[in-house]
Design a protein around this ligand. Structure first.
Ligand code: CS2
Ligand code: MG
Length: 403
């Protein structure tokens, strides 16, 4: 089965998405997500200008060989742009192979290891009382796990917390918005939040929190320790992960489980944290970590060290990525949990899908392939709009701070 055409589809049904479609001479087509939040057009160009010409005429069945060909052939390895582009090709080829076999993708990944995929939902609020209500509301909807983020008194805007009634959108400025930050104030506030949540929802609900890389290792260690009585499912991205040794400091002081990896794009980024058991959950996604082929390799390394998966699933990962992630999550032995932030109705209309959500769990559906398609006509009604993630400055003197 030969690849005869490939093209990118860039659209913005509320937020930007890049999708790669690959067509074959047997009439089968597949799609893959190539969205890199705030840098979308770089990946589209990487695909259009550098990858698509190499795909034409290749055997669509040779997924592993194509992965290695694109990875090795570039000479310039790794990085989010390269790996998102390779991921899109890989996902589209798995979609095609599963369609050719007339099977849902999870069957090709070894079949279902579980009945359904555990999700965590997002609660965020303007203060502690509001956030506690939001967590209780999601618990009442059936979610078994909820991530809680809260505005911090004295800080104008906190990442991950919506300003109005709409769900939060990470990339919210045509230029990067500038938020202020104060670790001391944050560190005092968050334990009160989780204390209040536990008192309201009891001990069964899994609770998660995302620090978005904003603390130093010793500050993160302090937070992990202060949160121990509230028994978190995980504390995410407590400190930037370029230096894996930073996590030794956190581990030395706390038993709060740690999750890292949404900004990682290869197994080599994950290797030290996993091999030294410095984390408990690996957050790499299908789209940013080289597709199903490479994510499976990361999960297998993680399994050797009792680290489980917890794939990134914010709204900037398209429904195509969500579909692929749910097949992966249903099949992989060391699955942990899958993030779920609902896409807008406009986005869901552009990307019709076979997956479904119920009682805090998801199922990828049994349509052949990964079960997600793109309505190109509708997509064309939503042209690309430039949007960036924010930066942080320290409250007081305005020094640029981590993420
Ligand atoms: C967050 C995201 O979902 C998460 O855990 O960290 O909001 C993330 O920052 C964005 O997806 C970045 O594009
Ligand atoms: Mg995160």
């Amino acid at each position: 089965m030969k690849i005869v055409a490939a093209r990118t589809i860039v659209c913005c049904p509320g937020r930007n998405f890049v999708t790669l479609q690959i067509d074959t001479d047997e009439g089968l087509s597949g799609i893959g997500d190539a969205t890199l939040n705030g840098r979308e057009l770089a990946v589209a160009s990487y695909l259009n200008d550098h990858v698509i010409p190499c795909l034409l005429g290749r055997d669509a069945h040779r997924i592993e060989d194509t992965w290695q060909y694109l990875y090795r052939g570039a000479y310039w390895r790794r990085g989010p742009v390269t790996m998102s582009a390779i991921a899109a090709v890989d996902t589209a080829l798995w979609d095609i192979k599963a369609k050719a076999a007339n099977l849902p993708l999870y069957q090709l990944l070894g079949g279902a290891s579980r009945e359904r995929v555990l999700l965590y939902a997002h609660a965020n609020g303007r203060d502690i009382a509001h956030t506690v209500d939001e967590v209780a509301r999601l618990q009442a909807q059936g979610y078994r796990a909820v991530r809680a983020q809260c505005a911090v008194p004295g800080l104008d805007k906190v990442y991950g917390v919506a300003s109005g009634a709409q769900p939060y959108e990470p990339a919210d400025g045509a230029l990067p918005a500038e938020h202020d930050w104060d670790s001391a104030v944050y560190l005092r506030h968050i334990p009160h939040l989780f204390d209040a949540i536990r008192s309201r929802v009891g001990s069964e609900l899994h609770l998660l929190h995302d620090v978005h890389h904003r603390l130093t290792p010793i500050e993160a260690a302090r937070l992990g320790r202060d949160l121990e009585p509230m028994r978190l499912f995980w504390l995410e991205d407590p400190t930037p992960a370029e230096d894996p040794r930073a996590f030794e400091w956190i581990r030395r002081h706390t038993t709060t489980p740690l999750a890292v990896g949404e900004v990682f794009n290869t197994i080599w980024d994950c290797q030290p944290l996993i091999e030294q058991r410095l984390i408990d959950y690996i957050r790499c996604s299908v789209v940013h970590a080289g597709g199903i082929t490479h994510l499976k390799r990361i999960a297998d390394l993680a399994a050797l060290h009792q680290v489980r998966t917890g794939c990134h699933g914010a709204t900037d990962l398209s429904p195509v990525c969500m579909g692929a992630a749910l097949h992966f999550g249903l099949a992989v032995a060391n699955f942990g949990i899958q993030e779920h932030m609902p896409h807008s109705a406009d986005t869901d209309a552009v990307f019709p899908h076979a997956y479904s959500f119920r009682d805090g769990y998801a199922h990828p559906g049994d349509a052949p392939g990964h079960g997600v398609t793109v309505n190109e006509k509708l997509a064309a009604r939503y042209p690309y709009r430039r949007a960036y993630l924010p930066v942080n400055r320290l409250r007081g003197d305005g020094t640029l701070w981590d993420w």
